[in-house]
Write a protein that binds this ligand. Structure first.
Ligand code: ADP
Ligand code: MG
Length: 659
């Protein structure tokens, strides 16, 4: 191999295709540039200057012909390797400055470092470069607060911060007045004198005069290439011998500084559009709030239920007439076994298995006390019911066996009934009418609270005999409660009792005119009810989360479009596909997680409101908070993926040109 040049183009062509028509911007350009040169590319508008420089600067690739950078053909490099080279070999200065408006000057200058894969925050380097271009005083201003000339100086500082081999400048003074142009050119001249290689496009002769070599183009070819006298001579490429062109191609996205940098930028982007960000996370907010409230309700109902089941005892059986089907399917006439006090006695005699048995009868009670009316559920109970079902009053007393035997008109009322009929006065000893019959109140049933939406304290207990024969006019019990001697004997008790009942009522073995449930079955039945509720609330949550996710996707797509030029700039200074992708993903996840967090707070708030104002049992759990957070993050990833990919796929050049 002969002498190694810094840059070498061999018969390079570049053709643009716009719909049907093609534009041949470069038609066979061959040129070499050495280290330390200051080259100006001149020519009329449309002559192909920018096209040439974009290829030299690795923003674009030739359709035909070769480009050798330090002897290495760039056609063989991967997209990420090209990004790496744009980061540490080339520094760009554009006519339009391309500064990121949201960031301060110093942040703009150190931006290329995020993509370098090197640890550190590089504020010091950025400040040093800003001093070099004479902006040491303005570091915390934003680009909008600077004049055009100052903005271009910031852009130069940014191009320098990675200490690139070559500075590429496309019409760097094109948007500046004469005075500012001169300032900028003075900076370039100084850089050149320090040994930087500079390739600059311009159409102004006075600007080209700063360069040591002027290449003139016309219609996509070089028509002249002249060396000026008195310029700093180019040096050979030896100092570059150790330069590793493949650079740090493998850079972990998670290396410190990088990820934090993305996070900070995502936050800036979100805060830059507060209202829009807020509106876009409304769906997530509602979804997460309902997940939290739903789980709180579900957990609350479950806890209340378990509490109640515990108070009922785990070795309790409930025997009812009719099939075991919940809200049974149609059954044949006479399919309901009719239990009487004799059944209860017979069951109670199975003393090895049965500790207690008591019959109950259910109905409703219309009560009157003074001028107050109230309706509750009425339960006729036997003597043992009080201990079996934890209903023995703490205020007042339980029924006596005598009262139950003699069908006495005595009642024990729940606290809700007390409140409705008696208000703050003492009910014990008071007389109330139940279904037009006078009863004496002898006790207040212990408060049990809500089981789901059902008020367990809105009850009236009276002796089962009184209920059957005086109040409800029923000859049969509604059911029998049995307390088994030990939980281990539940199954045995069930089959023995079942057999006994079949014998007594002369029922076939497959007759389902009665059923015996233990608490696990009752628990199952109750939880199936709360499950239905959970599924309902869950689907509301799921729908709003999906809608919210689509909202996020929409806003991210808008954001990608809005920031196309920013993406182009980031790619031009060395961002890899993965970097851009991660940046937008971090942003969408940031959005959904913030929405999620507000949702969690709102959800907990709603749960508390339901507990306080509606009296529902709720229980917020850490699990639900974790689930909601994870869910909102997943939604951010899922719905952010497409916009992020779209951003990552953008070609740097097209993105930079986007209006
Ligand atoms: P210069 O920088 O010298 O003004 P360019 O290199 O920008 O010229 O453009 C050369 C020719 O290629 C022009 O005719 C221009 O219209 C065309 N051209 C440049 N970029 C594109 C593009 N992205 N798509 C289509 N045509 C383009
Ligand atoms: Mg141009």
């Amino acid at each position: 191999m002969s002498v190694q040049h810094l840059l070498e183009l061999v018969d390079v062509h570049r053709t643009y295709q716009i719909g049907e028509s093609t534009v041949q911007a470069l038609r066979g350009v061959s040129v070499t540039i050495e280290q330390g040169e200051f080259v100006a590319i001149m020519g009329a508008s449309g002559s192909g200057k920018s096209s040439l420089m974009q290829i030299l600067g690795l923003l674009d690739t030739p359709d035909k012909g070769d480009y050798l950078l330090l002897g290495q053909n760039v056609n063989t490099l991967s997209e990420d390797e090209l990004s790496g080279l744009r980061n540490n070999v080339a520094g760009f200065v554009f006519q339009q400055f391309h500064l990121l408006k949201r960031m301060s000057i110093v942040e703009n200058v150190r931006l290329p470092h995020i993509y370098s894969g090197i640890k550190g925050d590089f504020r010091k380097e950025a400040l040093e470069r800003l001093r070099q271009v004479g902006l040491a005083e303005r570091v915390d201003h934003t680009p909008n607060q600077l004049s055009g000339g100052e903005q271009q100086r910031v852009a130069i500082a940014r191009a320098l911060v990675r200490d690139p081999l070559i500075i590429f400048a496309d019409e760097p003074t094109g948007n500046l007045d004469t005075k500012n142009s001169a300032e900028i050119m003075k900076i370039f001249k100084g850089l050149h004198e320090e040994g930087k290689t500079i390739v600059m496009v311009t159409h102004e002769k006075e600007i080209a005069d700063y360069a040591g070599r002027v290449i003139t183009m016309r219609d996509g070819v070089i028509i002249s290439d002249e060396q000026r006298t008195g310029s700093v001579p180019a040096r050979s490429a030896e100092p570059l011998a150790g330069f590793e062109i493949h650079g740090p191609a493998k850079v972990s996205l998670w290396q410190d500084g990088r990820f934090i940098g993305f996070m900070a930028q995502a936050f800036q982007a979100i805060l830059a559009n507060k209202m829009r960000s807020f509106l876009s996370v409304l769906g997530i907010f509602v979804g997460v709030a309902s997940v939290i409230a739903m789980m709180a309700l579900g957990e609350g109902a479950k806890a209340a239920m378990q509490e109640q089941l515990k108070s009922m005892g785990s070795n309790m059986l409930s025997i009812r007439g009719g099939s075991a089907k919940i809200r049974g399917a149609a059954q044949g006439a006479g399919a309901v076994a009719r239990f009487t006090a004799i059944d209860v006695e017979d069951i109670a005699e199975l003393t090895t298995l049965v500790k207690n048995a008591t019959g109950v009868v259910n109905g409703s009670a219309r009560m009157v006390y003074g001028n107050k009316n109230w309706s509750s559920s009425l339960t006729g109970v036997g003597y043992d019911y009080g201990t079996m079902r934890a209903s023995t009053p703490t205020v007042g007393r339980w029924f006596t066996r005598e009262e139950i035997q003699k069908r006495d008109k005595v009642a024990i009322i729940g606290v809700t009934v007390v409140k409705e009929l008696f208000g703050n006065t003492n009910p014990i000893g008071g007389t109330i009418k139940i279904n037009r019959i006078n009863f004496t109140v002898i006790g207040i049933a212990p408060a049990k609270g809500f089981s789901g939406p059902q008020d367990e304290d809105d009850v009236v207990l009276i002796p089962v005999t009184t209920a059957m024969y005086r109040v409800l006019g029923k000859d049969y019990l509604s059911g029998i409660f049995v307390e088994v001697t030990s939980p281990a004997l539940i199954e045995q008790a069930k089959s023995t009792i079942s057999e006994l009942i079949r014998k007594r009522h002369r029922l076939q073995a497959d007759d389902d005119s009665f059923n015996i449930r233990d608490m696990t079955e009752i628990q199952k039945m109750l939880s199936s009810t709360t499950q239905t509720m959970s599924v309902l609330l869950g689907s509301i949550a799921a729908i709003s989360l999906v809608v919210g996710g689509i909202g996020i996707m929409n806003i991210m797509l808008v954001s990608v479009t809005e920031r196309t030029r920013e993406i182009g700039l980031r790619k031009a200074i060395g961002a890899r596909k993965g970097d851009i992708m991660l940046q937008f993903l971090v942003e969408s996840v940031g959005l959904t997680i913030s929405g999620g967090l507000i949702g969690i707070i709102a959800g907990i708030g709603v749960s508390f409101m339901l507990a306080i104002f509606a009296g529902w049992a709720v229980k917020t759990s850490v699990v639900s908070v974790v689930v909601a957070t994870v869910f909102s993050a997943l939604i951010g990833i899922f719905f952010g993926l497409w916009p992020a990919r779209k951003a990552a796929e953008l070609k740097p050049l097209e993105a930079l040109r986007y209006e």
